[in-house]
Design a protein. Structure first.
Length: 209
């Protein structure tokens, strides 16, 4: 039962704060839909707006540093691994390569894993190598443990530290995950975008033989 209401009372700022758990994907359209900031909360966030305002990446126009047809940035992670631990790097020369930019703390990335698994199994031995490049926050132990638990069988790697998600993420202009890139057999960037479209582009490159 409400006994009294004071309409002139000040409203605390935190009354409008929206909190989200780690792994939530949020879109910031305040600068216009042509430069939407897409981010994944990498920790529990008590105020989404304050969190976005504090992220320096939000104020950078989204202009990918590489475009289709350009030589692909080097893929030089701090470690290659599988579900058993550290492994030598896979042979990528002369192969079509699809890089899946992801992280174990990213909810949308985890939701996409069944699609990545199905693609990796389907294209085994067919000239396409799918690489799961984890952001630089991952550790060898945690990512390998996760790979064993989820039965991830494709090549995995952990990116080098750098601005945002990591040095390679930065080199490809990746500001949100999951994202994907496709490299042709000559090591040139063929596509940047979502995994589903990337897979279609990779399949078309294989058919060009």
């Amino acid at each position: 039962m409400i006994e009294s209401i004071n309409l002139d009372a000040p409203i605390p700022p935190d009354s409008f704060a929206v909190s989200v758990p780690a792994g939530v994907l949020f879109l910031d359209n305040r600068e216009g839909r042509d430069d939407t900031y897409r981010g994944v909360a990498r920790r529990t966030v008590t105020d989404v707006v304050a969190y976005a305002d504090a992220d320096p990446r939000r104020y950078k126009p989204f202009v990918p540093p590489v475009k289709a047809g350009m030589p692909a940035p080097a893929l030089e992670p701090i470690a290659w691994l599988d579900r058993d631990g550290k492994v030598p790097p896979p042979s990528l020369t002369g192969k079509v390569v699809l890089i899946d930019f992801w992280g174990i703390e990213c909810g949308p990335c985890l939701a996409q894993l069944p699609e990545v698994r199905e693609a990796a199994e389907h294209f085994t031995g067919k000239g396409l190598v799918i690489v799961g490049l984890h952001d630089s926050s991952g550790t060898l132990e945690k990512v390998a443990e996760f790979a064993a638990k989820r039965r991830l069988t494709w090549p995995l790697a952990i990116d080098r530290p750098g601005e945002g998600f990591g040095a390679t993420f930065q080199a490809y202009g990746v500001r949100s995950i999951p994202s994907a890139a496709v490299l042709d057999r000559q090591g040139r960037v063929a596509f940047l975008g979502r995994f589903t479209e990337a897979l279609a582009k990779a399949a078309s490159l294989l058919e060009e033989e």
